[in-house]
Every structure is written in C-alpha cells, then in structure tokens.
Design a protein around this ligand. Structure first.
Ligand SMILES: *[C@@H]1O[C@H](CO)[C@@H](O)[C@H](O)[C@H]1NC(C)=O
Ligand SMILES: *[C@@H]1O[C@H](CO)[C@@H](O)[C@H](O)[C@H]1NC(C)=O
Length: 372
C-alpha cells in the first residue's frame, strides 16, 4: 500500500447527473520515482429521490427541506463509477462519500468522496477527493487529498496516447459538458481551438465531438470527424462506431446504420451490447421485427448479454403490434436472467394487455413475475 502524491487536482464537471472526473496526478520530483497519471472516469449520481437514487439526504434541520441547496443537509452517496460516459460502460468502481451543505446561503457543499476501485487493474485501491463544491458552477475543482494503492498497475485505460498534456483532458471534459448541455456550437469551437493549439483530443475527445454531431443529426460532420481522427493516427473504437450507428437509427436511416456496422466489423472492431441494442431499436422502429429478432439472437450467440434496454425494445414493439405471446417471451427471458424490467417495460406490457381483450390467458405470466 502506498500513498499517492498529494497536491493533486481533480476537475469535476457535473452535468445531468453524470460527472466526468479528471484526475491529474502530477509527476513528483525526478528522484522520488513517481510518475504522472491522468485518468478520467465517470460518476453517475442519481439524486431523483426514487428508490434507485444513488445519493440520498439522510439528515437535515427538522421541519426544513432537505436538499442540496439547504444549509445543514447531509447526503450519502454510493454512485457507480464507469470507464465511459455511458452508464452501461465498464464499471471501474464506486464513488462513496458524504456531502454536507455548509454555507448559510446553500451555495457551498463540502464534498468528501472516496473513489473505491473494483476493476481488475486497480481492485481495492482508493482515491480520496475532498473540498468545496460551489453548486452554482458547472465545472468544480477538488483536491485529491490522499489515496491508497493495492497492486495497482495504474494501467487504467486511457484511450489515447501517452503523454497527452493534462490540458487536453480538461478541454475534452468541457467539450463533453457543452454537448451534454446541448451547446454544440460552443463544443465545436472549443474542439477546434484545442486542435489549433496543437493539443491531442485523443480517442475520447474525438468520440465526444462525434457524439455531439450525431446528437444534433449532423451525420456528415460526424463522419468527417472520424476521418480527421484516422488522419491523426487514432483508431475509432466501439464507442465511435456505436455512436454513429445510433445517430443513423435516430434519423431512421437503417441503411446508414448497417453500412457503419459492416465497416466496424471489417475494421475488426467488435460490436458490443450498445451497438446491437441500437440496431435492434432501428429494425423495430422500421417495423422489421423478424430482423430485429435475428439481431437479438446474433448478439446472444456472440456471448453478449442483453440489458434491460435491449429486452424492452422488442417487448414494446411486439406489445404495440398486439403480438403478446412474443412480447411475453422477451419479458420472461428477461426475468429468467434476473434482468430487472423497468417502468418502461411494465408500461408496454400493461398497455399491451389492456389493449387486447382476448389476452386473459397470457396474463398468468405477469402474475408469476415477482416484480408485479
Ligand atoms: C431544493 O429546494 C429548492 C426549493 O424548493 C428548489 O428550488 C431546488 O431546486 C432544490 N434543489 C435540489 C438540488 O433539489
Ligand atoms: C477484487 O477483490 C475482491 C476481494 O479482494 C474479489 O472478491 C474480487 O473478485 C476482485 N475483483 C476483480 C475484478 O478482480
């Protein structure tokens, strides 16, 4: 076990419940054998108050509202921390901490958060983040006050080249934040400045920009960005391709999505659950449920386990078509692998049955469900 060097810095960008956390742990003096580590992880902080919230108010002044902008409210969190911005991306650990709003005007909150790693590379290691959170700011900086390293190779996958200046990561964090906030123009400007200044956005940076273009239905720009990325000797990854495939699906362009899928496979980049889920969604939207089913089977035969979204898509589509037996098949398959249906799944099923008066027999399946 070793202590991490102090005087490190964390930049946290809080947008819509997901925070990108960039750690910059600077190099120590040449003779102390320390080296610089930069890592970015994503903290998914759900504070809706629903049962799946990962941050909860546990105490506050009696008779007063307990929330993040009320003096004296104490929160506890246990947030998933993942490798990428997608909550379905590989988990790397948990963000467990306490937050206390400690300025009378409710602006400042004290944050004391441990990132507890559970991934293979850093299992058991921790990073302790502490400091003031000015809640009015989109980007907040905290100190990394300490940490513990257990057999940590610190080979946390930084999907870009080594020696990327930390500045680039801060830029990428901001680009990502603007896109989440819906400001493509600002994101693009920042991205161009970054490249203009000779900084390397890395695969993560390009992916953030590509995601932005797709979100705003600018597929041409998204593809140009991929070309730019390849010219910069970076290799598009699963996230790049999945983003573009989903971009086409959102525009009802199944042909475009399939072209990209073929291209992805040709470039020996394996489709993942997100890729297949987008494709299945595309086929279902197109009313081509038999191809959607084929894609579903193909995905399973590749050893990829469908998630709640993947199951809910065909469940919903078959319900809408009144093909309840099929819908129930997907619903039951979901339960059989202990994948917990969400509100959307239940809505589809309930509406499906409500709209089909002859469906009494199949109702037994819902009664069997431990979730109903
Ligand atoms: C806290 O409560 C105030 C007053 O009701 C509300 O305006 C604000 O949005 C709440 N903040 C959070 C983070 O829930
Ligand atoms: C992390 O360590 C725990 C206990 O030491 C072990 O149970 C778990 O399987 C490990 N996880 C990984 C991904 O290696």
């Amino acid at each position: 076990m070793a202590a991490l060097p102090i005087n490190t810095k964390v930049v946290v960008l809080l947008v819509l419940g997901t925070s990108m956390v960039v750690f910059t742990i600077p190099a120590g003096k040449a003779d102390d054998g320390l080296k610089q580590t930069i890592m970015s992880v994503y903290l998914h902080d759900h504070s809706s108050g629903s049962p799946d919230s990962t941050v909860r108010a546990v105490v506050g002044f009696p008779g007063k509202l307990w929330n993040l902008t009320k003096f004296g409210t104490l929160f506890v969190s246990d947030d998933p921390v993942t490798e990428g911005p997608d909550p379905e991306s590989a988990p790397v650990g948990r963000g467990q901490g306490i937050f206390v709003t400690r300025s009378l005007d409710g602006v400042n909150t004290h944050v004391s958060l441990s990132i507890v790693f559970t991934n293979e590379a850093c299992n058991g290691s921790t990073i302790q983040v502490q400091g003031n959170s000015d809640q009015m700011k989109a980007v907040r900086e905290y100190g990394v006050v300490s940490g513990t390293v257990i057999d940590c190779t610190l080979d946390i996958r930084i999907p870009s080249r080594e020696n990327v200046p930390p500045d680039a990561f801060i830029y990428v964090t901001l680009v990502d934040g603007f896109i989440r906030d819906g400001d493509l123009h600002e994101a693009k400007e920042l991205f161009d400045i970054m490249i203009g200044e000779g900084m390397d956005p890395g695969v993560v940076g390009y992916n953030a920009m590509i995601k932005g273009f797709c979100k705003f239905r600018k597929m041409k720009e998204a593809l140009l960005c991929v070309t730019r990325m390849i010219k910069a000797h970076l290799t598009p990854d699963q996230f790049t391709y999945s983003t573009i495939i989903d971009g086409y699906i959102q525009q009802h362009d199944i042909g475009g999505a399939l072209r990209m899928f073929k291209h992805m496979v040709k470039r020996k980049c394996n489709p993942n659950v997100v890729t297949y889920t987008s494709l299945i969604n595309g086929f279902c939207r197109n009313g081509d449920l038999s191809t959607a089913e084929k894609a579903f089977k193909e995905m399973q035969s590749c050893g990829l386990e469908p998630n709640v979204v993947t199951y809910t898509i065909p469940t919903g589509s078959f319900c809408k078509k009144g093909k309840l037996a099929k819908a129930v098949f997907y619903f039951e398959s979901m339960l059989s692998i202990k994948c917990i249906p969400n509100e959307v799944t239940f809505n589809y099923i309930v509406n499906g049955f409500t709209n089909s008066p002859g469906a009494v027999l199949d109702n037994q399946c819902l009664e069997k469900s431990s979730f109903s």
